[in-house]
Structure formats: C-alpha cells, structure tokens
Design a binder for this molecule. Structure first.
Ligand code: SF4
Ligand code: SF4
Length: 176
C-alpha cells in the first residue's frame, strides 16, 4: 500500500471490510514520514525503517474482529487508500449495495476456505493469509499431502479467491 489519494471518508464500505488490512492484498503499509511514524507507534503499531522507508507489516496489528480498531486515527496512507471497489463507489459507477455485496462474497469465500482448513471464523481470528502460508509451509516437503483431494480443493479455492480480489479490489496485490 503506497499510493496516496485525496483524503475523504470511505467508512460506510470499509468498516464492514478490512480486506486491505489482513495481509492478503499487501505485505506492508508505508508510513509517510518520521513524525507520522511516531504517531503510528503511539497507536501501538510497530513501525520498521529500512533504507529510510518507514512501514508497518500486514496483517496489521490494529485489525480487530470488527475491522480497524483505530479507524478514526488510522495512519495517513490507510486513510488515503482506495481499492478499485471504493473508487467505483466514490465515482458513482457502482451502487454502495453492490459494493457491500462484493465484500460479502469475498468474506463468504474466506469462510468456505477456512472450513476446508477445519477452522471457524468465529473461533479463529488469525488472518486467512497467515493460515494459508502455514499450510504451504507445513506441506512444503510433503508433496503427497498437497495432492490429496482436500488440499487440491483448498489450493484451488484460495487461488480463485486471489483472482477475484485482484479483479475487484487491487490488481497490484501480492500473490501468496
Ligand atoms: S479493501 Fe477497499 S473497501 Fe475494503 S477496507 Fe480497504 S479500501 Fe475499504
Ligand atoms: S491501521 Fe487500520 S486501516 Fe490501517 S492497515 Fe491497520 S487495520 Fe487497516
């Protein structure tokens, strides 16, 4: 997440979403300058500095069960970020209800993928991307496990989820 757009309030859609915070679109968020870095640290988000770039990692430590836990004070770049969906709502080319439905569909896919991992959203708040990376690590040296029908279905569903997220939210998203 590095682009800065005009600041205004995408809260109606965003508070029900948080997809740009859970690590599936971005691996980190740039912090605009050292004074902003201090403000973000005071919000208890660890900020790193590499080659003079200030950033914090995703999945974001401020992401709670109900979206951003520091929404009104969120970092400048979070405030400024607009995914494709939000840009369309802002431009009046997509009704808010359709955008909410797209977020709900993404969340439903996530629930289905978690179910394939035998996990329940309500009982495990670990971001999906972390769980999926762990699944890949656990099976890295066991190719037979990745070939089981259950694993193949999980990999197929996750990859489809990424394609849909890139199409609807962020074409420049990371791939796992
Ligand atoms: S992914 Fe888009 S709609 Fe969802 S919280 Fe981020 S900017 Fe808002
Ligand atoms: S600070 Fe809030 S809006 Fe920004 S990445 Fe973290 S959870 Fe998302």
């Amino acid at each position: 997440m590095t682009d800065i757009a005009p600041l205004d309030d995408g809260s109606e859609l965003c508070v029900a979403c948080g997809i740009c915070c859970d690590g599936i679109l971005f691996s980190s968020v740039t912090v605009t300058d050292p004074s902003e870095a201090e403000r973000v640290r005071a919000l208890r988000i660890p900020v790193h500095v590499v080659d003079e770039r200030h950033f914090f990692d995703q999945p974001c430590s401020a992401l709670g069960d109900k979206g951003c836990s520091i929404y009104t004070e969120r970092p400048l770049l979070c405030h400024a970020y607009r995914c494709l969906l939000l840009k369309q709502v802002d431009a009046g080319t997509m009704p808010l209800a359709d955008a909410v439905r797209t977020v709900e569909e993404a969340r439903r896919r996530e629930v289905e993928i978690r179910a394939l991992m035998n996990l329940d959203v309500a009982t495990d708040g670990t971001p999906l991307v972390q769980l999926y990376r762990q699944f890949l690590l656990d099976n890295a040296d066991q190719p037979d496990c990745r070939e089981s029908p259950e694993s193949r279905e999980l990999i197929k569903r996750f990859e489809h989820h990424q394609v849909e997220l890139a199409k609807n939210f962020e074409p420049a998203m990371i791939t796992v």
